[in-house]
Structure formats: structure tokens, C-alpha cells
Design a protein around this ligand. Structure first.
Ligand SMILES: *[C@@H]1O[C@H](CO)[C@@H](O)[C@H](O)[C@H]1NC(C)=O
Ligand SMILES: *[C@@H]1O[C@H](CO)[C@@H](O)[C@H](O)[C@H]1NC(C)=O
Ligand SMILES: *[C@@H]1O[C@H](CO)[C@@H](O)[C@H](O)[C@H]1NC(C)=O
Ligand SMILES: *[C@@H]1O[C@H](CO)[C@@H](O)[C@H](O)[C@H]1NC(C)=O
Ligand SMILES: *[C@@H]1O[C@H](CO)[C@@H](O)[C@H](O)[C@H]1NC(C)=O
Ligand SMILES: *[C@@H]1O[C@H](CO)[C@@H](O)[C@H](O)[C@H]1NC(C)=O
Ligand SMILES: *[C@@H]1O[C@H](CO)[C@@H](O)[C@H](O)[C@H]1NC(C)=O
Ligand SMILES: *[C@@H]1O[C@H](CO)[C@@H](O)[C@H](O)[C@H]1NC(C)=O
Length: 588
């Protein structure tokens, strides 16, 4: 009776089980009907109290001098899950030509959050098939900088233009320097005199950019300047932030389409999404928060040709609309959105990477280090310009995001501190909601309608392990919890007694509609042996379950495919296993 022994072992060891290794980014079915969930309402209340106690308290943050519009949005709801608008009490003393009170329609400057709109426009217009095209193909001025036959692959003075691709510019992997004559150029404005004072040599006027902030560089000046800039690195060495890269993306798209970038943003993003408070260049003052003079705050500063890198304006409600449109893939084919919402490179921080133009962060879903493999990935972009700070964060694991717009004299890092507060509140809420909805929908016992057959399985969703967990799986009297794991890991008979099987199901996103108005929804099982030790050594890992997906097939059907039948009312009625070719009815 070895099976009995196995079951005993399974239960007695489960407390000490090593961590499950989920499939990346799948987690739980996306929670729905969020605004009606008590947990979501509670999160909103607790955030209100955090904001009024800590952020709007002038004594700790100086909140009399800054305003903000902040929203938590979800692809599942057209209304924000939570919003908060704060008007700086000192606004009325500033003789502002803008709004006197901020709300969700108040327009702010986006700074570099513009880059998200630049990429969205680019993808909507041209797709990502040209990511590996060299930029020389689309910009004649750059083509003219390339001397045929010269190897610039390691040149200190000349960028390797033939290998600087559209995708490298989008992902900050071009190796180009950050700016030309815009930010950080010491010969510009008030810093010039100070630079001379602290010992920078006096340089001739030929070396001083003739343009920059005011006037901004025109196309001729920009490319003349660009021709003098050394690279920081060869392409694809390491990420290095470059505004120039995004200016070049703008020029490239204009060349491809024959339209101005502003027109493209309007046609491809602003109009299709109905963004009535989003602007490529300065809108009427009366729409915006202007915490001071219209030039002194940089409200009216026009970046001209360099606009694709940071010129845009939006409101928090429009920024949330943009975020929802990204999560819902409203403007792009879904597969293209998924390609977009991935990192392109690691960074020095193992928990963060770089995308297009995203900063990518892994946000832990459980406290401490008890479940290192349970995290959500955020794709975010921060921007600052003059008196404005903006941030957009997109968290596809839960289909939610944050829109954060700040104007005024804010403490440094306020934008990301607000995002920390939102994520500390909403991530636990979302995972709890996802778990309880998954449990309500899929949890329970399923068994064969043929009472002569001893076939059943049970699903639970618990708060410690990821996905849907099988607590038992018997097929015609055979314990498949055990056999699936034994087969997946090719465990020989002499080790059978040590196996601690663990089977978890993750949503795949695949589904078919049925003729009766219902759905068939596919999940992927991961078969793990929790008796194996935790191992994180140079090459030995205990979390690489992606390698084993569809690892056991029976007559071309995978053992790890579970298909739930859902009726027209949205209730799960049964589950099928592809390889077993069986169907187990849900027991009420
Ligand atoms: C701020 O500080 C002042 C002076 O210390 C105090 O009277 C006031 O109650 C404080 N306000 C808040 C909201 O803590
Ligand atoms: C606002 O305008 C008033 C009246 O013209 C002037 O006295 C005051 O200095 C102005 N305040 C600022 C911050 O410019
Ligand atoms: C850019 O500005 C310079 C200096 O004013 C001028 O000579 C040049 O013609 C301008 N180029 C374009 C494309 O406007
Ligand atoms: C934007 O304005 C148009 C025209 O007035 C209107 O139809 C549309 O609903 C507005 N969009 C939003 C998101 O309010
Ligand atoms: C169940 O197992 C019995 C005994 O091994 C076998 O005869 C029968 O065909 C099996 N039934 C199904 C539906 O697989
Ligand atoms: C069904 O099969 C399981 C696993 O082999 C066994 O433990 C259980 O006793 C069986 N139940 C019945 C009613 O035969
Ligand atoms: C499975 O294990 C057996 C016995 O150790 C071995 O002979 C066989 O090659 C293994 N199969 C695979 C696919 O690793
Ligand atoms: C089916 O779903 C509806 C609403 O989702 C629920 O009210 C009802 O009780 C469910 N029916 C069964 C049989 O579970």
C-alpha cells in the first residue's frame, strides 16, 4: 500500500514545503467588478486617511505649496478605483493664470512621461517590426554623418550609427548621450558663469551650443550639434537614458509618414481615445495648474522639435485613460502590447529593468523573503519639468495602474513616494481580491458524473501559495497528484516515497466562446516536487518551471492543460483535462 504512505508523507510534510515557482506574470485570473468589492472600498478609505494624515499635512511635507491629481485606475472599470485632488493653499497668492482648484480634468505638464505617448504613437502608426532598422535609414542628416567603410564599433568620438536601431533608441540602449544643449549643458543660462568660477576653462563660442532652452534648437542646429557629441557607449552595452533618442524617434516617424509628430499623436492617440485634456503643445492657461508665472513654472516652455521627448500635457483622468488603453490594448494588437510590456534589459538593481521607455520594477506581493517568486511587475515612467512632476505606472499582473501629477514646490521624490503609498495599499488588496474571486469561481470539488469511476479533483486558493492549488486529483482510482509530478520529474521508483507533489494552475489567457453563450477557459498546471531542496546556486535553480510547460503529452494533448467550462451565467460547471480526455462536473 505505498500510495497510502505517499499521501501521509504529503500531508505531514506540506508545512515545510519549499516555495512554489509560478509561471511568470500569470498569477490569478484578473479580478473583476472591482468597484463593488468591499476590499477595494476599504483600500480607498485607508488611502484617504493616509493622504490626509501624512501628505496633506503641511507640517511634514510643505503641502501648502504643491497641488496634485492622483488616480488608481483599472482596465476593468472606466471610473478610477480611487482618486484624490489637492490644491495648494498658496495657489491663490501666486496670481496664477491657470485653474484655482485642481480636479481630474486639470492639465499638468508630463515632462518625460511624454515618452510613453511617443512610443504608443510610434507603435500605433508603424508597429514594432522596424525596431531593428538602423536610424540612418530614416534620418538623412544622420546618414550623412556616417563615413562609409569606417569602423565606429568602438570609436570614442563617433556613435556607431549603422547599429543604432529604432529599438535601441526606444529602449535607452543606443549608447547616445542624454541631451544636446537642453539639460545639463553648463554653458547655458546662469550656470555658465558659475562653471567658469569653479575652474572650467573658457571655451570659444564655436564650442558653445547656439541654442538650447531659449531658443530651442531647430532641426539644422540639432543635427549640427549631434555631429559633435561623443557616444557614452556602443549600442546595447548598458542602458543609458537619452532624450536625444526620443527626439530622433520623432524625426524618424515624421520621415516615414510625411506628417508632423504632433499631428501623429493627435490622429493615432488623442482622437481615438477621446483625450480632451491631452495636448502636444501648450493649451489654454485656463485648463492647467500653473503654480507661478507661465514661463517661470515652465508651463509655456515649448520644446519645439524635441517635443517627442518631453513636451506633452495631460490631466489625471486622461492619463488613466491612456493607461487603461494600454492595458486593454485598445490601439494595438494584443501581442504587440505584450511585447511592449516587457523589459528589454536588466539594470544594476536586480529587481529592476528597462523597457520602452519603461522603468520596470518587481514589486513583492508577500512580506519579507518568504515567497521570493511571488511579485507583480510594474512598467512605469516618471517625468519632471520645471514645477511639474508626473508618473504613470502600469501593473499588468492585476490590470491596474497609477496616474500621478504634481505641480508646485514639492519635496523631491514626492511622485514616487505617492506611488509607494498606492502600491502598499493596492497590491495587497488586489491579490486578496484576485484570490477570493478565484476561490469563489473555481474553488471546490469536481467529480465524474459516472459514479462507477473514482475520478475527482479539488481546488483551493490559499493565501500562501500562488495560483489555484489542487488539493487532490484522482483519475479512475489513481492519484494523479503524485503521478503527474513523478512523471514530470522522471522520479524513479526508489524515490517515490520522498516525493511531495504540488500541482498549481495558472490562467493562460486562452479561451473559446461556446454556442450557448458560455466559455471554455484554459489554465496551465505546474507539477512540482516540494521535497527537492531550495537551491539558488550559480547554475542550480529551484525556480525554472517555464521549462517544463507542456512537458507531458498524451496523444498530442498536454497533461498540464485544464479547461474549465463556464456557463452563460458565468458559473463554472466542469473541468476537463486535455490528456485524460475526461470531464469532471463541479459539485455544488
Ligand atoms: C502643525 O504645527 C503647528 C505648530 O507646531 C501645530 O499647531 C499644528 O497643529 C500642526 N498641524 C498639523 C496638521 O499637524
Ligand atoms: C500678485 O499680484 C499682486 C497685485 O498686482 C502683487 O502685489 C503681488 O506681488 C503678486 N504676487 C506674485 C506672487 O506675483
Ligand atoms: C535654424 O536656425 C539657424 C540660426 O537661426 C538658421 O540659420 C537656420 O536656417 C535654421 N534652420 C531651420 C531648418 O530653420
Ligand atoms: C471629448 O469630447 C468629445 C466631443 O465633445 C466627446 O464626444 C467625448 O465624449 C469627450 N471625451 C471624453 C473622454 O470625455
Ligand atoms: C478504469 O479503470 C479500470 C480498471 O483499471 C478499467 O477497466 C477502466 O477501463 C477504466 N475506466 C476508464 C474510463 O478509464
Ligand atoms: C479513490 O482513489 C483514491 C486514490 O487511489 C483512494 O485513496 C480512494 O480510497 C478511492 N476511493 C474510493 C471510494 O474507492
Ligand atoms: C528517466 O530516468 C531513467 C532512470 O533513471 C533514465 O534511464 C531515463 O533516461 C530518464 N529519462 C529522461 C527523459 O530523463
Ligand atoms: C450562477 O451565478 C449567479 C451570478 O453570478 C449566482 O447568483 C448563482 O447563484 C450561480 N448559480 C449557481 C448554480 O451557482
Amino acid at each position: 500500500m505505498w500510495l497510502f504512505g505517499i499521501l501521509l508523507l504529503y500531508f505531514s510534510y506540506s508545512v515545510y514545503a519549499k516555495q512554489n515557482c509560478p509561471l511568470y506574470g500569470l498569477g490569478y485570473p484578473k479580478p473583476t467588478n472591482l468597484l463593488a468589492q468591499p476590499g477595494i472600498k476599504k483600500a480607498a478609505e485607508s488611502l484617504d486617511s493616509v493622504f490626509s494624515q501624512y501628505i496633506e499635512n503641511a507640517n511634514s511635507t510643505g503641502s501648502e505649496k504643491f497641488s496634485y491629481s492622483v488616480e488608481v485606475f483599472s482596465a476593468d472599470e472606466d471610473e478610477p478605483l480611487w482618486s484624490r485632488y489637492w490644491t495648494a493653499p498658496n495657489l491663490e497668492t501666486l496670481n496664477s493664470t491657470g485653474v484655482t482648484k485642481v480636479d481630474g480634468d486639470t492639465v499638468y505638464r508630463l515632462g518625460s512621461v511624454t515618452k510613453v505617448l511617443t512610443i504608443l504613437t510610434f507603435l500605433a502608426e508603424a508597429g514594432d517590426g522596424i525596431w531593428n532598422d538602423p536610424i540612418t535609414k530614416y534620418i538623412p542628416e544622420i546618414k550623412a554623418m556616417v563615413d562609409d567603410g569606417i569602423d565606429n564599433s568602438h570609436s570614442i568620438t563617433k556613435p556607431d550609427w549603422d547599429f543604432i536601431t529604432i529599438g535601441s533608441l526606444a529602449s535607452q540602449m543606443s549608447g547616445l548621450v542624454r541631451d544636446y544643449a537642453l539639460l545639463g549643458e553648463l554653458t547655458q543660462g546662469s550656470t555658465a558663469a558659475r562653471a567658469a568660477q569653479i575652474g572650467f576653462p573658457i571655451i570659444g563660442s564655436a564650442e558653445i551650443p547656439p541654442c538650447g532652452n531659449r531658443p530651442v534648437c531647430n532641426r539644422t542646429q540639432f543635427f549640427e550639434g549631434l555631429n559633435k557629441l561623443p557616444p557614452s557607449f556602443s549600442p546595447y552595452v548598458t542602458p543609458a537614458y537619452s532624450d536625444i533618442g526620443y527626439t530622433l524617434l520623432g524625426y524618424a516617424l515624421e520621415q516615414m509618414t510625411g506628417k508632423s509628430f504632433g499631428q501623429l499623436v493627435q490622429d493615432k492617440v488623442i482622437l481615438p481615445l477621446g483625450l480632451n485634456h491631452t495636448f502636444y503643445s501648450t493649451p489654454k492657461d485656463s485648463l492647467g495648474i500653473i503654480p507661478g508665472g507661465r514661463y517661470q513654472t515652465n508651463w509655456a516652455f515649448n520644446m519645439g522639435n524635441e517635443s517627442p521627448t518631453g513636451n506633452m500635457y495631460t490631466s489625471s483622468s486622461d492619463l488613466s485613460r491612456i493607461g487603461r488603453a494600454i492595458l486593454r490594448s485598445s490601439l494595438l494588437p494584443p501581442a504587440m502590447t505584450r511585447r511592449w510590456l516587457k523589459p528589454v534589459t536588466f539594470s544594476s538593481d536586480p529587481k529592476s529593468g528597462v523597457g520602452m521607455p519603461w522603468g520596470v520594477r518587481q514589486l513583492p506581493l508577500t512580506k519579507g523573503t518568504d515567497s521570493p517568486y511571488q511579485f507583480a511587475t510594474s512598467f512605469n515612467k516618471v517625468g519632471t519639468l520645471g514645477k511639474y512632476t508626473a508618473m504613470l505606472a502600469i501593473i499588468p499582473d492585476f490590470d491596474i495602474g497609477f496616474s500621478i501629477l504634481v505641480a508646485g514646490e514639492a519635496p523631491s521624490g514626492l511622485g514616487t513616494s505617492l506611488a509607494d503609498a498606492l502600491s502598499n495599499t493596492y497590491l495587497p488588496t488586489m491579490i486578496n481580491t484576485a484570490r477570493s474571486q478565484a476561490n469563489e469561481m473555481y474553488g471546490g470539488t469536481y467529480s465524474s458524473s459516472d459514479s462507477a469511476l473514482n475520478s475527482s479533483l479539488s481546488i483551493v486558493v490559499d493565501s500562501a501559495t500562488p495560483g489555484l492549488s489542487l488539493s487532490s486529483w484522482i483519475s479512475n482510482g489513481t492519484n494523479l497528484m503524485f503521478y503527474s509530478v513523478a512523471m514530470a520529474h522522471n522520479i524513479t521508483k526508489s524515490y517515490w516515497e520522498k516525493v511531495r507533489p504540488s500541482v498549481h494552475l495558472y490562467p493562460t489567457g486562452l479561451w473559446d466562446a461556446t454556442s450557448d453563450g458560455g466559455k471554455r477557459v484554459a489554465f496551465k498546471a505546474v507539477f512540482e516536487d516540494l521535497s527537492l531542496s531550495n537551491a539558488s546556486k550559480p547554475f542550480t535553480t529551484d525556480c525554472a518551471t517555464w521549462i517544463s510547460v507542456a512537458g507531458i503529452m498524451y496523444g498530442s494533448k498536454p497533461l498540464d492543460q485544464f479547461i474549465f467550462n463556464i456557463d452563460a451565467a458565468g458559473n463554472v460547471t466542469s473541468v476537463e483535462n486535455a490528456a485524460l480526455r475526461n470531464r469532471l462536473e463541479k459539485v455544488a
